[in-house]
Design a protein around this ligand. Structure first.
Ligand SMILES: [Zn+2]
Ligand SMILES: [Zn+2]
Length: 409
């Protein structure tokens, strides 16, 4: 599941499919009204953060409003028109097509696709991190009880209709950074994509979007984008490409005197197995090393290779990369799952999403929290207690977006 994109443009939007996150909300729901005001103020003062190109009129826009409704197939003549729309409606989420179209307002098959940057999505949820077990929460859709950790049944009512509330920690972000760097290395090493053409964005919640702006990929079809994604994920890699074959009894053996280039997956796998290969020919030296490895790993070499491929592969969501009609969260806009913005990361190592993507104001407000929780934002730690708390607006927005507290006004 992609973090950034809650809907796929190829599927018609079904009635009731995209309901408000404030499911029992009255028309005057106070959380909704408060967030709408907070977001509007952000857009009023920070509209220049929104990253839209000069050819804005060739892109499709989509908006999710605080009433839960999605509006898409929209287009704007210029930035001013877009800003006016955003200030007027103060959407909970703003989406923008990477694709350019002759007619962005038309239905998908009538739009006249002109091309799209290559986009990758890495979502914290897909990494199945150990730390997530300790800090994520689970909301019961039946009784609204919130449990800590990853559970399969509600502690309040035994229901299995559960929704994970991810509260990423700094370790989650570090693990995501490792994945982003792995992807960038493969793009660079195997496809010669210049690092200057790769743009990294924090998704605003628990993931990264990586945009490749390279004219060689701009017009590439969805089918080819999918093949590209499968390659990066190491899917379907054949052991023969390493210079190893299976005989009829299923025993693996190295193929003598074959020339295979030490590049791409082959080089990555052997390097990671500490079996660096010096020349392209499979010679006696290679076979000796291979046999030693076979003995050391008690013959289950295929599983070992599989594990190495898994560890080396890019943990991307292939559906995002192949879907050329998807609309993406607009850079600079607020992610309603957190109140943080989708932010450009100039330098991944020094980027701290809990500081650099937090733009909500810091006047104090009162909230009622549903549980005890520690939250770190803008470099400060907040120990939130069950019940009434006085907190800066940026912490209140985070807590309310996560669905673990209510504004008291
Ligand atoms: Zn329950
Ligand atoms: Zn974590």
């Amino acid at each position: 599941m992609s973090d950034a994109l809650s809907f796929n443009s190829n599927e018609p939007i079904k009635k009731g499919q995209y309901t408000s996150k404030y499911q029992n909300a009255e028309p005057d729901d106070k959380n909704k009204n408060w967030l709408e005001g907070i977001y509007r103020r952000y857009y009023f003062y920070h509209y220049s953060q929104l990253e839209v190109g000069e050819l804005i009129n060739e892109h499709e826009f989509g908006f999710k409003l605080f009433d839960g409704k999605i509006h898409r197939h929209l287009a704007f003549e210029d930035k001013k028109e877009l800003y006016a729309y955003i200030i007027k409606f103060s959407p909970s989420d703003i989406f923008y097509s990477s694709s350019r179209y002759q007619n962005p307002k038309a239905e998908i098959d009538q739009k006249g696709w002109m091309g799209s940057d290559l986009i990758f999505d890495i979502d914290g949820k897909d990494l199945h991190l150990e730390c997530a077990q300790s800090h994520n929460l689970v909301l019961c859709k039946d009784c609204s009880f919130i449990s800590k950790g990853i559970i399969s049944k509600c502690e309040g009512c035994d229901s299995t209709r559960l929704q994970i509330i991810d509260i990423p920690c700094t370790r989650c972000i570090q693990s995501l950074n490792v994945e982003v760097k792995k992807l960038i290395e493969i793009l660079h090493d195997d496809f010669g994509i210049d690092k200057e053409s790769i743009f990294i964005y924090f998704s605003g919640n628990n993931g990264y979007h990586i945009h490749v702006v390279d004219k060689n990929f701009y017009g590439v079809s969805a089918k080819k984008r999918n093949a590209f994604a499968q390659y990066l994920m190491g899917k379907g890699y054949l052991i023969e490409n390493l210079g190893i074959r299976k005989n009829t009894e299923g025993v693996l053996f190295p193929v003598h005197n074959k020339v295979l280039y030490n590049q791409g997956w082959r080089k990555r796998i052997f390097d990671s197995m500490h079996l660096p290969i010096q020349n392209h020919r499979i010679d006696d030296k290679f076979i000796k090393k291979y046999n030693r490895m076979l003995v050391a790993n008690s013959n289950n070499i295929q599983d070992i290779i599989g594990t190495h491929i898994f560890d080396l592969s890019a943990k991307i969501d292939p559906n995002v990369t192949m879907d050329i009609h998807r609309i993406f969260r607009l850079a600079g806009s607020i992610n309603s799952k957190s109140g943080l913005i989708k932010a450009f990361c100039k330098d991944l190592d020094s980027f701290d999403p809990f500081v650099d993507a937090c733009f909500i104001g810091d006047s104090n407000v009162e909230i009622e929290s549903k549980l005890n929780i520690k939250i770190s934002l803008k470099g400060k730690q907040f120990s939130i207690k069950t019940g009434k708390n006085t907190l800066p607006e940026y912490v209140a927005a985070y807590v309310i977006c996560k669905g673990i507290g209510d504004i008291m006004e």
